[in-house]
Design a protein around this ligand. Sequence first.
Ligand code: UDX
Ligand code: ADP
Length: 480
Amino acid sequence: MVKICCIGAGYVGGPTMAVIALKCPEIEVVVVDIAAPRINAWNSDHLPIYEPGLDDVVKQCRGKNLFFSTDVEKHVAEADIVFVSVNTPTKTQGLGAGKAADLTYWESAARMIADVSKSDKIVVEKSTVPVKTAEAIERILTHNRKGINFTILSNPEFLAEGTAIADLFKPDRVLIGGRETPEGQKAIHSLKSVYAHWVPEDRILCTNLWSAELSKLAANAFLAQRISSVNAMSALCEATGADVSQVSHSIGTDSRIGPKFLNASVGFGGSCFQKDILNLVYICECNGLPEVANYWKQVIKVNDYQKMRFVNRVVSSMFNTVSGKKIAVLGFAFKKDTGDTRETPAIDVCKGLLGDKAKLSIYDPQVTEDQIMRDLAMKKFDWDHPAHLQPLSPTSNKQVSVVWDAYEAIKDAHGICVMTEWDEFKNLDYQKVYDSMQKPAFIFDGRNVVDVNKLREIGFIVYSIGKPLDSWLKDMPAVA
Ligand code: UDX
Ligand code: ADP
């Protein structure tokens, strides 16, 4: 029986391994992690991550051929294929601070694999890492190998949160990169045969190591670039009276451009986009390509600009001050159908409003109070460390309250900021909402989910990203 072990029971490792176990009943899959609370949660009825369809998959295989354990060394020692899906934070100190990936967790995982292994292994890079990480890992493994053969592969993950299970069931492609040596090709073949249980062969792309690593960074950079492009257009739409949804639709019908990933928003978030682009920028700089680095850097700058532009709209519309005013924040996750808050634009928007002394009442159907308070207290980039190495939860912030109901968050508020496109925000009883708010009642829609005309009829002053401005807002331009 083939044994697979995955180091790191996070957003990538958990769902990916659960689907491999489901689709390959004759393979034993063990997911290991140093974080005991996380493993306990995977073994309970309340999984540590919210992902539609995941519960079902885990229930079907857990205890049969899918296991979660903190006994990292034992399961790594027994495995034929070891996936590594550990944290790769952006460095905050030293060489490459603010850009380069910190490979501490990767390196310690690699050293541990070399240490405990008693049989040959395929080691698969699953977390996004800078190009040429595989080479570094390969060196650590081969210099410590005690006669054991390690073959390294890069198998980047393309799943998106909220649709992870569907993406894993029916991936656009699976990418496997390996050395162009007989051992490398043999390892590629072994991993390919795992995915071939459910993925059509023509969707399994095999490349060299560097291409696989770079493709992941490139794919995320291209996706993020589309969002920054449409967000840059949204600022111009507001200035000219064009409607960004109409512009997106028009350009998206060009089959060369395509309709996806053209929704203007308060900005992109998530654990990958910013981190991967920073990595890309760093690699370009290290390779003496400052023009290329600057080109990609701009994608992040526009994203930061979009978040600040939103805060400025809120403050300038409300008579240039939100000091002491209650603002309801609807949604905190970086997108709908996930409880994940990593790099969510809500963090920067909330921090911006708190900087202007607003009182925030935050509601998200999937994010806990503890998480929100941690996020608002944490320094940039600190989120991407294992839970027990993150700063402790601070004492509660008096300007922030977290509630479990949208109407509760909104009651007596001066303004509402929609930060996540949860479906329930489309269907609130907006007359009831209006009646419970201070007047004039403002709503700032960072996700273009509300029905602007209906809300204006009720009496709201509405700001929607990239849409023709309310006459109120026209008189109070936001300077970014
Ligand atoms: C992304 C990639 O899609 C995935 O392939 C990769 O493996 C990991 O990174 P994810 O971060 O889960 O996945 O979410 P994604 O759906 O890509 O959204 C990222 C951010 O962009 C979200 O904040 C989302 O709200 C925002 N977004 C997306 C927009 O603002 N507009 C859009 O049109 C699409
Ligand atoms: P991703 O979104 O890439 O899956 P996460 O941060 O959700 O990232 O998951 C990474 C996981 O890796 C965390 O649960 C962390 O505890 C775990 N981890 C980090 N280093 C190690 C290690 N050396 N051994 C085992 N698990 C590790």
